[in-house]
Structures are given as structure tokens and as C-alpha cells.
Design a protein around this ligand. Structure first.
Ligand code: ADP
Length: 355
């Protein structure tokens, strides 16, 4: 998590810690020697050392020790020597510095572990691409001498490898999306064309499960301002979930329609089990999986919806879930090309409702 904080969050932590240190100094002075408040200086110092880094932690340590010293000097405590408060301050400072150095070292180790994981995940892409290409070649060759059993195995292999590819790309992109450092290729994207191309990729899988994918793209569906790749992956994730969790024989609708405020709404509606209300608050969080759905579907990661939310919000949109006992409707809105604000700032946090 530490790596995912953007500069605004870090600045917020530094400002809050600074205000906290000053406030503690004032409380320390007002309560005098009777109440022991000073231990709380460790909170802002630790927060800065862990979330912002070693240098800022050391600055916070000096600020905390100085505030503590000022409170003590202002209190005019009857010490045997005037040097005592300064000696005390040195001891406290040394303590804060030890805490800061320990936390920042732990932070560094964690960052290295995370980077290593990223490298490993990244390196999985090449062998997977080779496997996928091999399977696709086999599928093409198989078309000339069809064998139902073989074809089925190859199709399963392709679906699994494609799913793994999406997962790997999500794992690689999530930290960048969280820190706001994901480079986006924002352009005018034809919503209808994009939806049709995503549906074409998912259709073979849906057909194997005897499902119907119904695209409803209204007249007013203007192009959106989005990163085409990212948008296509959001739709792929939502559609894959709909196929994965819905019963065979059911229909999945993909609707594109204009929404208020020069936005375009994309909606994926399925006839699956729905998502109970107690999960709504956290369904877009990392690693969340609805336990009741685990039995039927293959094991997932709980990363897909988190990726969707971050990707939609990075493109100045909003995503939410509407669900009842029967079926789920995932809707996200993105600014159309005519939207007044052309900057990539989120318009607000996503939230869920009942239908
Ligand atoms: P994954 O599908 O890889 O587990 P997601 O983040 O995409 O991860 O989804 C999180 C959880 O939300 C899923 O495990 C599932 O329990 C639930 N879920 C997502 N989409 C649907 C849906 N269309 N119908 C029912 N449950 C869903």
C-alpha cells in the first residue's frame, strides 16, 4: 500500500502529522507534568516515517523533540540543572530516530519485495503469450480436421490463458492506477465499435455456456474520451464476470446510452445470482470475493472489480453496482467527447444501489 500513495496523500499525511505535533506540544504544555501525553508524539512520527519516508520521518522526529522541549521549558520545571531538559530532548530525539530508521528500513524491504513480485508477474507475460499463440495456432489447424474433444480442450486452454493474461495485466497496472501514475492514452473512442469488439472476444465462451450476449447501443451513443485499451479491459472484466457467474441459457445485456451531464453510460446486466447488499460497500475493493459464489465458479482473484473501479475513475468516470436477488447490473459512466471538463480528474467516488 505504501507505494500506492500519490503525492497529494503524502502531503496530506505530512500536514496532518505537523499539525498533530504542534497540537500535542500545546496539550503537553497545558496538562503540565501531571499527565503523560508525550508518548503520542510517536504516532505522527511513525506515520510519516512509514508512509512518506526516512527523510520526512527524521524531520518529524526533530519537530516532535523540539515541541516536547519547548513545552518543558515553558513549564519552568524545577530541575537540578538547566541542562536536564536538553539532555531529555536528546534522549527522546534518539528514540524517535531509532523508530524512524526501523520503520523506514521495513518500508524499504517491503518496497523491494513488491518490486520483485512485479518483476516476476511481468516475466510471466512472455511464456504465457507463447502458450496462447500455440493454442491459437492449434485451434486454426484444428479447423481443418475438426475433432470435438480436442477443440473443446483447446478452447478451454485459450479461455484460461486469456483470463490469466487479463489478470497479469491487472496486477501490473493496479499499483500505477492507485498512485495515479498510470500513463493514459486518452482519445476519442467509438463506444459501439469497442463494445462490439469486446463482445466478439467473449462470445465463443458465452456460446459454450449457451448464453446470449445482447448489445443495445442507442442512437445518442456519442464517442467517449477514454483510454481504449483500459476501457476494453474494464468491459472484458465485467462481461467475463457476467458469463462466469450467470446460469447457462441466460441472457447478458450490454447497454450503451447517453447519461446526464454529457456522459455516456455502459451497463452490463446479467441474470445471475446477484450480489447481496452486505457486499456492496466492498465489492470494488481488492481481493473481495462473494463467498456464496465461490462454489460454482472457478477460483478468481477478487482483483477484477478493483481494477475496473480504478480504471474508470482514472478516466474521470464512476462505476457502481445495482443488484437485487436476481441479477446484477454493473454501470459505469465516462465523459463523452463533448464533455466540458477534458481533464482526467475523477468526478466522484463510485457507489452502489439497489434495483
Ligand atoms: P474475481 O471474479 O476474479 O473473483 P472480481 O473482482 O471480478 O474478482 O469480482 C469479485 C467478486 O464479486 C467475485 O468473486 C464474485 O463473487 C462477485 N461478482 C462479480 N461480478 C459478479 C456478477 N456479475 N454476478 C455475481 N457475482 C459477481
Amino acid at each position: 500500500m505504501i507505494d500506492y500513495l500519490n503525492s497529494r496523500s503524502r502531503a496530506f499525511i505530512v500536514a496532518t502529522a505537523g499539525a498533530g505535533i504542534v497540537l500535542l506540544g500545546v496539550i503537553d504544555y497545558l496538562t503540565g507534568r501531571e499527565l503523560f501525553f508525550s508518548i503520542f508524539y510517536l504516532l505522527p512520527v511513525s506515520a510519516v516515517a512509514w508512509f512518506v519516508g526516512r527523510r520526512a520521518g527524521l524531520v518529524a522526529s526533530v519537530a516532535a523533540a523540539t515541541c516536547w522541549l519547548l513545552a518543558e521549558l515553558a513549564d519552568h520545571a524545577p530541575y537540578s540543572s538547566p541542562a536536564v531538559p536538553f539532555w531529555n530532548t536528546s534522549v527522546r530525539l534518539a528514540f524517535f530516530v531509532i523508530v524512524t530508521l526501523t520503520l523506514s528500513s521495513l518500508r524499504l524491504v517491503r518496497q523491494r519485495q513488491e518490486s520483485l513480485m512485479q518483476f516476476i508477474v511481468h516475466d510471466l507475460r512472455s511464456p504465457l503469450a507463447i502458450i496462447l499463440t500455440g493454442l491459437q495456432t492449434l485451434e486454426e489447424v484444428g479447423g481443418e480436421r475438426p475433432d470435438q474433444g480436442e477443440q473443446k480442450i483447446i478452447a478451454h486452454g485459450i479461455a484460461a490463458a486469456t483470463h490469466m493474461q487479463i489478470l497479469i495485466n491487472s496486477l501490473l497496472d493496479l499499483p500505477h492506477l492507485r498512485s495515479g501514475k498510470m500513463p493514459l492514452q486518452m482519445a476519442s473512442v467509438d463506444a459501439k465499435e469497442l463494445v462490439e469488439s469486446v463482445v466478439r472476444n467473449i462470445e465463443p465462451w458465452a456460446q459454450r455456456r449457451q448464453m446470449t450476449l445482447a448489445v443495445e447501443c442507442g442512437e445518442g451513443a456519442e464517442p467517449v474520451r477514454a483510454d481504449e485499451q483500459l476501457l476494453s479491459r474494464v468491459l472484458t472484466n465485467l462481461l467475463s464476470n457476467a458469463v462466469k457467474f450467470s446460469p447457462s441459457g441466460s441472457t447478458i445485456s450490454i447497454r450503451v446510452s447517453p447519461a446526464q451531464g454529457e456522459m455516456l453510460a455502459f451497463q452490463v446486466v446479467d441474470q445471475g445470482p446477484g450480489i447481496p447488499s452486505e457486499w456492496w460497500d466492498r465489492i470494488f475493493d481488492k481481493f473481495v470475493r462473494v463467498e456464496a459464489h465461490d462454489q460454482g465458479a472457478s477460483l478468481g482473484s477478487g482483483l477484477g472489480l478493483n481494477f475496473c473501479r480504478l480504471a474508470v475513475e482514472a478516466q474521470a468516470g464512476r462505476i457502481w453496482l445495482e443488484s437485487s436477488g436476481q441479477g446484477s447490473a454493473f454501470t459505469f459512466i465516462l465523459p463523452s467527447v463533448n464533455h466540458r471538463s477534458r481533464r482526467g480528474w475523477p468526478l466522484g467516488r463510485s457507489s452502489n444501489r439497489a434495483i
